[in-house]
Design a protein around this ligand. Structure first.
Ligand code: TYD
Length: 229
C-alpha cells in the first residue's frame, strides 16, 4: 500500500448530495515522540469526524514516512542503523523528498477536493527529530517554506518514561530514535516548537491521561477549526 489510508469516498457519496458542501478542506497533523499514542487519537478522530461532519466528502488517514522510494530508503536506514545521531544528512534529504511527494500525490489533491487529511507526522517531525540529530532549526524551517501549513497541529505530549513504558509492552526490539537521552531532548524540542512557528496553529495536548481524556482535548481542538453546525 502506498500509504496507510482510508479513503471513504464511497460511503460519503450518497450522503453528500443531501448535505451542504464543506467550504474548504482541512489538514490536521498529529505529532509527538515515539510512544505518545498518535495512532489511537487519529483513529478516534476519524470515527468522530466521519459520524458528525458529513459535509466533508472524504476523510483520509495517512502517515510519514510514506511508502514512496524515499520512504522505503528511510525505513531501511532506520532498521539498519541504531545510533540516533548518525545518518542525519541523508535522512533529512530523504524526509524532505518523501514529504514533497506526499504533498503532491495525496495531501494537496484531497484538500483541493474539500476533504480532510489526518496525517501521522509531518514537517514538525523533521523540525524536532533532525534538530535533535544536530541540524539547525532555522535551516529546517527554511527547507519547508513552500510546503503546506496545516490548519491544526496537535503535539501529543507525554513524559519519556510513559512513552518508553507504552513501547516496552510486547517489544524487545527498539528503533533508531527510541533511546532515552535522545527522546528527552526531542520532547523539549517539541515543547518549544510553537515559539518558533508563532503564526501556525499548534497545540500541545497533555497525553499522559486516559485515552478518553486525551481524546476530549483532541476533539476540543478539532472542533475549533470545523464549520459550526
Ligand atoms: P515509524 O516506525 O513510522 O514511527 P512512528 O510510528 O512513531 O511514526 O518511523 C518513523 C521514524 O522516523 C520515527 O522515529 C520518527 C522519525 N522521523 C524523523 O526523524 N523525521 C521525520 O521527518 C519523520 C516524518 C519521522
Amino acid at each position: 500500500m502506498f500509504f496507510l489510508a482510508l479513503v471513504l469516498n464511497y460511503l460519503a457519496f450518497d450522503i453528500i448530495s443531501e448535505c451542504f458542501m464543506a467550504e474548504k478542506g482541512l489538514f490536521i497533523v498529529f505529532e509527538g515522540i515515539d510512544g505518545c499514542g498518535k495512532g489511537t487519537m487519529i483513529t478516534r478522530s476519524l470515527d468522530f469526524l466521519f459520524s458528525n461532519f458529513k459535509e466533508f466528502d472524504n476523510i483520509v488517514i495517512t502517515r510519514e514516512p510514506t511508502h514512496s522510494q524515499a520512504g522505503k530508503q528511510i525505513r531501511k536506514l532506520l532498521e539498519t542503523d541504531k545510533d540516533p545521531m548518525t545518518k542525519s544528512k541523508q535522512l533529512l534529504q530523504l524526509y524532505l523528498e518523501d514529504r514533497k511527494e506526499h504533498l503532491d500525490s495525496l495531501i494537496r489533491p484531497i484538500i483541493a477536493k474539500k476533504g480532510i487529511v489526518l496525517c501521522d507526522r509531518y514537517k514538525h517531525s523533521t523540525l524536532t527529530y533532525q534538530q535533535t540529530q544536530g541540524h539547525r532549526l532555522q535551516q529546517l524551517i527554511n527547507a519547508h517554506k513552500n510546503m503546506l501549513v496545516p490548519d491544526l497541529t496537535l503535539i501529543l505530549d507525554v513524559s519519556v518514561e510513559t512513552a518508553l513504558k507504552r513501547m516496552e509492552e510486547g517489544r524487545t526490539n527498539f528503533e533508531k530514535f527510541e533511546k532515552k537521552y535522545f527522546m528527552k531532548e526531542l520532547r523539549q524540542n517539541y515543547l518549544e516548537l510553537p515559539n518558533f512557528l508563532e503564526k501556525e496553529n499548534i497545540k500541545i495536548v497533555d497525553a499522559e491521561n486516559s485515552k478518553e481524556k486525551v481524546f476530549e482535548s483532541v476533539k476540543k481542538e478539532i472542533l475549533k477549526i470545523l464549520p459550526k453546525h
